[in-house]
Design a protein around this ligand. Structure first.
Ligand SMILES: Nc1nc2c(ncn2[C@@H]2O[C@H](COP(=O)(O)OP(=O)(O)O)[C@@H](O)[C@H]2O)c(=O)[nH]1
Ligand SMILES: [Mg+2]
Ligand SMILES: [Zn+2]
Length: 303
């Protein structure tokens, strides 16, 4: 008899599968390795419970979507956590991950944390104007936490954002039982920073699933995750009203004459940082030859 469940965490060769009642540590069958499929956190899977209490992972059920940074599958909504103080989030990081999410049909919420330290409004305004659901919160004071809770209720969300913005801290406020390691320097042990090192799905007491992820640094270059340069325009939702109004049908919206996107930018209808990010991503995507992209899309887990 096999059971069905969801992978909550992958650690040291085990996949921790939650079937709604218990969590079983499973090892992947050789078949999975031979087929070169890498199970991801968030995968719905079939497994065989073994007598010793562990399990054997048999099959990964079809994915709704998949991400490689963070490495998660079947995500309804990416919650991009940003901060305007220690660290200051580069909007490009938000735009890149938001574009990847849009290209995979995954919703995006932008959440500016540490509002007790710095005014989140300038950054929040950029994303509100661009049409994203945007929140301003503080894990320190609890400001905005109820709104965030509402935004994630009933959905599978992954928290992403650059290291140190407060992903784990926010999750700890949402459910103190998590007791996730955060970036505090441990003074007693003097072992440096305690931070998130792996992706983990967590269940809030209301049943909602949220993933804590290690976050990314500005140096990560995951150019392979991007769509073709020509498709990138569709990943910037606020460009939509202008795309069919450019003079040239194959307009790249970078510096072309008669470009309606550039016109909207000049009129302040599109935020300058959003367009700058688009151009940067467009040039990055252009630099990847098609053959290389195809090769990577066949087996992105090999990155
Ligand atoms: N002042 C302030 N500090 C915060 C806030 N959220 C997180 N921090 C601190 O920022 C550091 C990094 O937080 P952490 O949750 O580990 O970030 P993560 O890497 O995104 O998971 C820790 O020292 C937290 O205590 C906040 O809203 N306000
Ligand atoms: Mg963390
Ligand atoms: Zn154009």
């Amino acid at each position: 008899m096999t059971s069905e469940g969801i992978i909550m965490k992958a650690l040291s060769g085990f996949y921790y599968v939650d079937d709604g009642q218990t969590v079983t540590a499973c090892r992947g069958r050789g078949k999975l390795r031979r087929d070169k499929v890498t199970p991801l956190v968030g995968d719905r899977v079939r497994f065989t419970p073994l007598e010793n209490g562990s399990g054997a992972l048999e099959e990964i059920l079809p994915r709704k979507n998949e991400f490689f940074r963070p490495a998660v599958a079947n995500i309804d909504q990416l919650v991009v956590i940003a901060s305007q103080a220690i660290p200051v989030t580069d909007p490009f990081l938000i735009d890149r991950v938001a574009a990847i999410a849009e290209s995979r049909g995954c919703d995006v919420v932008v959440c500016v944390n540490k509002c007790d330290l710095a005014d989140g409004e300038p950054l929040a305004a950029i994303y509100r104007t661009a049409g994203f659901r945007t929140l301003m919160v503080s894990a320190e004071t609890g400001e905005g936490m109820e709104e965030l809770r509402q935004a994630i209720t009933g959905k599978v969300s992954a928290f992403t954002g650059n290291s140190g913005v407060g992903k784990s801290s926010i999750l700890n406020v949402l459910d103190p039982q998590f007791a996730l390691a955060t970036g505090d320097v441990s003074q007693k042990l003097g072992r440096g920073r305690h931070t998130t090192r792996h992706v983990e799905l967590l269940r809030l007491s209301c049943g909602t699933l949220v993933a804590d992820t290690p976050g990314f640094s500005s140096f990560d270059v995951d150019r392979m995750e991007l769509a073709r340069a020509e498709d990138l325009q569709y990943a910037f939702r606020e460009f939509a009203p202008y795309l069919d109004k450019c003079r040239f049908q194959d307009c790249a919206h970078v510096k072309e004459k008669g470009c309606a996107v550039l016109e909207a930018l000049a009129q302040g209808k599109i935020q300058p940082t959003r367009h700058q990010s688009y151009v940067r991503l467009y040039q990055q995507a252009k630099a990847v030859p098609d053959w290389e992209r195809r090769k990577n899309q066949q087996d992105p887990s090999m990155k």
